[in-house]
Design a binder for this molecule. Structure first.
Ligand SMILES: [Zn+2]
Length: 259
């Protein structure tokens, strides 16, 4: 049976559908797609708003933390009366208010090497907006093994970055090609360094844009391109990330990992 959009959905997504690069076909692809978002924080919060608005059929929000008063200046999904509640559950409630056509699910668990493969299974694209390096490695390894495009984004103070990884492809880097393997690399968090609220809005919105591009392709293929944003200087620039021929994760192909 052919899947079609209802009249309510056509009205809701009219400004997408009118874009030749998206159209009805792209909108259907979005509805049939599942995005998993790691971290309902500064990146995840604005990203999730646009993912729900865009009409992803399934959204999984993975976060084991609770809403804190110090989150509210940048995590715009939450309100003051939700302080102390589980972020993933508050986020899912907000997504249903934004778009009742979306099936959103909260996972109040910390994602790690032991559960990442299970929690991300079935996702068509993953956004990682988490705030620690070990989590990012666990998510990246699971995405590589399951061949799920990974949109990785991070912010600090007035700066941020976003990149898409499909390391199972012969000419595309994986996340470990980019960052290496040293677990001591863990950077400082927003709690330690501070961050200007709208900086997370810029990078979270970019992450949502790349997640949409990953399932309903438009424009250039951005996998392997790193966007660096410096908002003290109001400067955006991109770098091509090379595939590391010595990378233990993706060199020689993902098949060696999956065996
Ligand atoms: Zn690699």
């Amino acid at each position: 049976m052919a899947v079609t959009l209802s009249s309510d959905e056509i009205a809701r997504y009219a400004r997408h559908i009118i874009l030749p690069e998206i159209g009805g076909f792209g909108q259907l692809r979005l509805r049939q797609s599942h995005v998993a978002v790691i971290g309902a924080g500064g990146i995840g919060s604005p990203a999730l708003q646009y993912l729900a608005g865009a009409g992803f059929g399934h959204i999984t929000v993975i976060d084991d933390d609770h809403v804190d008063a110090s989150n509210l200046h940048r995590q715009t999904l939450f309100s003051g009366d939700e302080v102390g509640a589980a972020k993933a559950e508050c986020a899912v409630a907000a997504l249903h208010r934004i778009n009742p056509h979306v099936a959103a699910r909260a996972v109040v668990e910390r994602i790690d090497m032991d559960n990442a493969a299970r929690l991300l299974e079935g996702a068509d694209v993953v956004i990682d907006g988490s705030d620690n390096f070990l989590t990012r490695l666990a998510v990246a390894d699971a995405c590589l093994a399951q061949r799920i495009p990974l949109v990785s984004s991070a912010v600090s103070r007035f700066e941020g970055q976003v990149a898409v990884f499909r390391g199972w492809e012969s000419d595309k880097p994986c996340y470990r090609c980019f960052v290496g393997n040293d677990p001591a690399r863990d950077g400082l968090t927003c709690a330690e360094e501070g961050v200007l609220g709208p900086v997370t809005g810029v990078l979270g919105s970019m992450a949502a844009l790349e997640a949409i591009r990953a399932v309903a392709p438009f424009g250039d293929d951005t996998a392997g391109t790193l966007l660096l944003v410096d908002l003290l200087a109001l400067r955006f620039r991109t770098l091509r990330l090379p595939k590391d021929p010595g990378c233990p994760s993706c060199s020689g192909g993902a098949s060696s990992r999956a065996a």
